[in-house]
Ligand binder design. Structure first.
Ligand SMILES: Nc1ncnc2c1ncn2[C@@H]1O[C@H](COP(=O)(O)OP(=O)(O)O)[C@@H](O)[C@H]1O
Ligand SMILES: [Mg+2]
Length: 384
């Protein structure tokens, strides 16, 4: 068998954003050769990878040709041209996570049907083809306000998700195949990153709690471990492990969950790739989510997911009123604090709420980490 580390073995990563960059950083530790496909030669991962190949992950031909140059294909974004991946799989190319699992995940409608068919708890939903069909269902009282509409494809970071509160807002409904979901009274939003390797071993990181910036609809702050009961923690991990097992995919899977006001856990959605809610693992866990993904897809033993220290992760979003070349105000003051790790993604231009980097803050207790987070939030700003 070909030795994968420090050899000619080539790992192909589709997408060169920050997740690709951090995957390359993890791969570099073992001297793995990394090839990146991205349409932007200035993407975050471009200067770090072994070879950068310009092309779109959405285009059949670009994905297909890229895969010819590598020994194993993975991705850091779920919107990859699925026909190309299916064809490559038929031709015997190694691809993880599996294109069948990705097919389900790419379409939120299929994802919801998958949960329902496996009796995995999720918010009640119905599928609609168009705005007209939703309006007709409202008139027939089949849909009641308030409800959440999500486009089946291409949504991310809150784009493609809308809450319709009343009759007055029906003009806002998207005219696209979508799911209509009951609005959940959410107590906490949680995330669990699970991994399955080629030997079908499954492991889970600790449950994290996500705090949203309601204006940008982006995760602003994350707390690990989540402040929840032991019972909810165990239930969240068990559910997440069941999802990766039923999806029968290899790699890491981020499972987003709602803990409802009535204490129930519901699966919201999943992502078959490294996830914002796992960035803290780089410094706060024995194994990072990026290394765990590599271990899983390369057929290596999974690493320990034990927490070294509690962590807070802050996304560094572009300040609302600035667009242009990024300036990292307060950088030196921030890295001067013990247990503060600043990650800069290397995107040259900042825009309002653009994810420009993140900060992980670790300390002996969550309270101590939170106190440092308060300082970082006021002093570290991305402006232009
Ligand atoms: N059924 C729901 N009830 C209440 N809030 C919801 C519901 N679905 C989604 N949300 C809110 O919208 C956010 C984005 O929805 P999500 O399905 O995760 O889409 P995205 O792909 O944009 O992450 C969630 O994190 C949550 O805050
Ligand atoms: Mg989400």
């Amino acid at each position: 068998m070909q030795q994968k580390i420090s050899s000619d073995f080539k790992l192909g990563i589709i997408g060169g954003g920050q997740l690709g960059k951090m995957l390359v950083q993890a791969a570099s530790k073992w001297d793995l050769k990394t090839y990146i496909l991205d349409s932007d030669e200035n993407c975050s991962a471009a200067t770090l990878c072994t070879k950068f190949i310009k092309g779109s992950f959405r285009t059949y031909e670009d994905v297909y040709q890229f895969a010819q140059q590598v020994d194993l294909v993975t991705f850091e974004i779920e919107h990859v041209n699925i026909e190309a991946l299916k064809r490559l799989k038929e031709e015997g190319k190694s691809i993880h996570p599996d294109p069948n699992a990705l097919t389900i995940i790419q379409d939120k409608g299929l994802q919801k049907q998958f949960y329902a068919s496996h009796h995995l708890p999720t918010a009640k939903f119905q599928l609609y083809q168009s705005k007209a069909a939703i309006i007709a269902a409202i008139e027939e009282k089949k849909i009641i306000f308030p409800f959440v509409q999500k486009s089946r494809k291409e949504g991310y970071d809150g784009r493609g998700v809308i809450v319709i509160n009343s009759e007055k807002e029906i003009e806002k409904i998207f005219d696209t195949p979508s799911i209509v979901e009951e609005t959940i009274a959410i107590e906490k939003e949680l995330a669990v990153i699970v991994a399955k390797n080629t030997k079908n071993e499954i492991s889970s990181f600790s449950v994290v709690e996500m705090g949203f910036n309601s204006e940008a609809n982006l995760v602003e702050e994350l707390i690990c471990p989540a402040e929840i009961s032991k019972q909810i923690e165990e239930e969240a991990i068990a559910l997440s492990k069941k999802v990766i097992e039923k999806l029968d995919m290899v790699g890491i899977l981020a499972v987003e969950l709602f803990l409802t006001k009535s204490g129930k856990l519901l699966i919201n959605e999943v992502a078959p790739r490294p996830h914002n809610s796992g960035h803290h693992t780089i410094e706060s866990a024995f194994t990072s989510q990026f290394e765990q993904h590599l271990r899983a897809i390369l057929g290596f033993p999974l690493g320990s997911t034990k927490i070294i220290m509690p962590a807070i992760m802050l996304n560094l979003l572009g300040e609302p009123n600035y667009t242009g070349n990024a300036i990292y105000k307060g950088f030196e003051e921030s890295i001067a604090i013990e247990g503060v790790y600043v990650h800069i993604y290397g995107k040259t231009t900042t825009k309002p709420y653009r994810k420009m980097g993140h900060v992980t803050i670790i300390d002996e207790t969550i309270e101590k980490a939170k106190a440092k987070a308060t300082i970082i939030k006021t002093q570290l700003k991305i402006i232009a």
